[in-house]
Design a binder for this molecule. Structure first.
Ligand SMILES: C[S@@+](CC[C@H](N)C(=O)[O-])C[C@H]1O[C@@H](n2cnc3c(N)ncnc32)[C@H](O)[C@@H]1O
Length: 256
């Protein structure tokens, strides 16, 4: 897949530990192996080291490996794949495709991703301004992250597929029952993306018993971490183990 210079949009070529375009713009590969193409200074710097550490600790226990396996069934080895908001590359590194790019704004995430996975090119960049050529990818994937609609449509080949993974209604309900006086199910939302139509939807779920400290690690991965009071967060510390339902929706979209 062609990577474009964020300054002039010419194609970037690899020269040892740098990438350069024909206009002479040069970008060095970080020592861990990711390429920083982010020129915009934005307040969004992606997930912080604490969030990345918690997610890594939780995911490495394999609780979500059934989700990774299910997504892999939708991929082919010779697909070119872009993982938008790939975090620390837990899924990206094991996707079966040979030609893979992972994009995220979190430096701590990409440091881990690029150290552990030499089969993928990791780019530090916003997913809303991909440094990639039009129609370059057979598969674009977004897992538990914002949906960059315009960029997804732009980089997807005409016969490509966009795969979206998101929580289903009952996901983590038991965790919410511990924290909140009035727990609620996740909102049932239909995702509509301009230029794409849904081809299929797969719902998968598994219930697993979690112990300390993985219950708190899991909580750190959720959006609730920003909206829950310290008093409610304290309730989790008292829990030694908990049966939790993990319920996911995998949507596959094609161009309309
Ligand atoms: C909940 S995490 C999911 C990470 C990964 N897909 C996974 O499931 O393990 C959301 C990710 O989106 C990234 N992110 C948020 N906004 C972004 C943006 N505008 N551009 C690139 N990455 C972004 C964060 O840094 C974080 O890694």
């Amino acid at each position: 897949m062609d990577i474009l210079c964020p300054v002039c949009k010419n194609k970037l070529e690899a020269f040892g530990r740098s990438y350069r375009c024909s206009s002479g713009h040069n970008f060095d590969v970080a020592k861990e192996g990711y390429l920083n193409l982010n020129l915009k200074s934005s307040r969004n710097t992606g997930d912080n080291p604490e969030m990345i550490k918690a997610r890594k600790s939780f995911l490495e226990k394999g609780y979500y490996s059934f989700l990774k396996d299910e997504v892999n069934k939708l991929l082919k080895e010779d697909d070119s794949l872009v993982d938008l908001a790939c975090g620390e590359g837990y899924y990206t590194k094991d996707f079966i495709c040979k030609d893979k790019i992972g994009i995220d704004l979190s430096k701590s995430g990409l440091k881990i991703a690029s150290k552990n996975d030499k089969s993928t090119l990791y780019l530090l960049n916003s997913i809303f301004h991909d440094p990639l050529a039009d129609k370059c990818a057979d598969k674009v994937i977004t897992i538990f992250a914002p949906i960059a609609q315009d960029e997804i449509c732009r980089i997807l080949k005409d016969d490509g597929r966009f795969i979206l993974v998101r929580p289903d209604r009952y996901h983590l309900y038991e965790l919410k029952k511990v924290i909140y006086d009035k727990p609620y199910l996740n909102e049932e939302k239909d995702v509509v993306i301009k230029g794409l139509i849904r081809e299929r939807q797969i719902a998968i779920e598994k219930t697993m018993k979690l112990e300390k400290p993985y219950i708190e690690d899991l909580f750190m991965m959720t959006p609730y971490v920003n909206t829950t009071s310290s008093k409610d967060k304290e309730k989790l510390k008292a829990i030694e183990e908990l049966e939790i339902s993990f319920c996911f929706l995998i949507d596959v979209f094609k161009k309309s």
